[in-house]
Write a protein that binds this ligand. Structure first.
Ligand SMILES: *Cc1c(COP(=O)(O)O)cnc(C)c1O
Length: 462
């Protein structure tokens, strides 16, 4: 096998291999990196059905990485990435009522982002070791991504991570998931300000070209191709498990959606030949994407806070990848359309994509769904998963089983579970243990020079 190549959705980057695509993150022309070709794996499906999760992950990843990473190294890296999960199947699939729940939350931070970030952390470490390079990851978080990123790179050689979060504005539990990590390469920065202040400082740091270059700054945001790639695996995995159990030839998959990263991985799996009849895109009240798939209009609304905060997103950072395929792989059209969106905050794409259904679940529906699934089936849904289940119910399809991706453990959102049901139901030993661990953080003002000074000083002292 050779090295599969990656191109930009905007056509301004000469093709690069997987390793360069991972280190680039966002494409240098402002677009997103996508595989130049999508592998057709139809002839491999029956062999893939027999594999364990890490074995299947290796096969899927290998299709997109090729010889850029030697097979034995990749196997080893994948094995390590999923050995941190607390159940032997890695991703259990359970029949609950009329749907199948695909539990993606058994990693170290109990959210589905671990599936991608455990792999990305190991991949970064591996690629840096090959080039004797260094990477300083800087991020701003309002909650989940920061802790999954920290757990992905803690203790990894060649990497330091600095995560900013707004002081007093993330839940105590989310803060502890970050600040209790003892590794010397993890640096938590509480910002005296809001999430937007953190985002602004982050942008200013990345715009400081000399600082970015001298300090090897990198990001772990959801546009990194390696994150999408790792997520393709469980679409095959869950479709295999459910078609085996039901005898059906295909499944539909419901995905609680924010930045379109997760469901885009599903779109890739479907194009590769996974037995998936349709993808169901589920949003909360922040419904720019469900409106788009129903009307063709992609127009910016205002972000409203909901019970499923990881989906409180309006501009979906991975949407451009889908747009590339929707616009017939025409990079000139993609660029023009994205420019128009930047200017007018609104675009219209004519026609409908039959590979998707879409809908929204509001706050009342989220609560109702959590209550019904617990009372009727004894199963606790976290609020993000509940949105996906509710929209799956709206789109039930005769003869085709539905897989609902469960993106977080309910104990991460215990306050909502308590509101819907009663106290004490949603617990997890990992989260209980956090309560007594020592924590570390620094408190800084939301000023670029202040944060820059802290980064420089911290790295100089190592
Ligand atoms: C990040 C996240 C989502 C949304 O996933 P996207 O890839 O951004 O669409 C859904 N649920 C939970 C719990 C998340 O952390």
């Amino acid at each position: 096998m050779e090295k599969p190549l990656y191109i930009s959705t905007r056509g301004g980057v000469s093709p690069v291999d997987f390793n360069a695509a991972v280190m680039m993150g966002l494409a240098d022309d402002g677009g997103l990196l996508i595989p130049a070709e999508i592998p057709d794996v139809t002839s491999k499906l029956s062999a893939w059905r027999k594999l364990s999760y890490p074995e299947l992950a290796f096969e899927v990843l290998h299709c997109f990485i090729g010889d850029a990473v030697p097979s034995n190294d990749l196997k080893n890296l994948v094995k390590r990435s999923y050995s941190t999960f607390s159940v032997p199947e890695v991703v259990p699939v359970k029949a609950v009522g009329t749907v199948y729940i695909c539990e993606l939350f058994h990693g170290p931070t109990l959210a589905f982002k671990d599936i991608a970030l455990q792999f990305l952390g190991n991949m970064f470490e591996y690629l840096l070791a090959c080039t004797k390079g260094k990477l300083n990851i800087i991020g701003a978080t309002s909650g989940d991504t920061g802790s999954a990123a920290i757990h992905g790179v803690r203790g990894k050689a060649g990497i330091d991570i600095f995560i900013m979060f707004p002081e007093g504005r993330v839940s105590p539990l989310q803060e502890r998931q970050m600040t209790s990590v003892p590794d010397a390469n993890v640096h938590c920065i509480a910002i005296n300000g809001t999430f937007d202040d953190g985002q602004r400082v982050l942008k200013e740091l990345f715009n400081d070209m000399a600082f970015k270059r001298d300090y090897h700054l990198g990001a772990v945001n959801s546009v990194n191709w390696a994150r999408v790639l790792a997520q393709i695996v469980y679409y095959f995995w869950s479709a295999f498990r459910v078609t085996e159990e039901t005898g059906s030839s295909a499944v539909q998959v419901s995905v609680p959606t924010g930045n379109f990263g997760d469901i885009f991985a599903g779109y890739m799996a479907k194009r590769m030949g996974a037995p998936i009849s349709r993808l169901i895109l589920a949003t909360n009240e922040n419904d720019i994407l469900s409106r788009f798939f129903n009307t063709g209009e992609y127009s910016l609304g205002k972000v409203v806070p909901t019970l499923s905060p990881s989906m409180d997103i309006q501009v979906a950072s991975n949407f451009e990848r889908y747009l590339y395929y929707r616009l017939g792989q025409d990079t000139v059209k993609v660029r023009a359309t994205m420019d128009e969106f930047a200017k007018c905050k609104r675009i219209v794409v004519p026609g409908k994509d039959g590979e998707f259904a879409a809908g929204r679940g509001d706050t009342a529906t989220t609560i109702d769904t959590i209550q019904r699934y617990y009372r009727q089936h004894g199963y606790l849904l976290d609020p993000h998963t509940a949105v996906g289940v509710a929209v799956a119910e709206q789109n039930a399809c005769e003869g085709i089983p539905t897989v609902c991706l469960a993106t977080a453990h309910p104990a991460k959102f215990a306050a909502t579970i308590e509101k819907a049901l009663e106290p004490g139901l949603a617990v997890h030993p990992t989260l209980e243990a956090l309560k007594t661990l020592p924590t570390r953080k620094v408190l800084l003002d939301p000023l670029k020079e202040v944060v820059k000074g802290y980064v420089a000083e911290t790295l100089a002292g190592k």
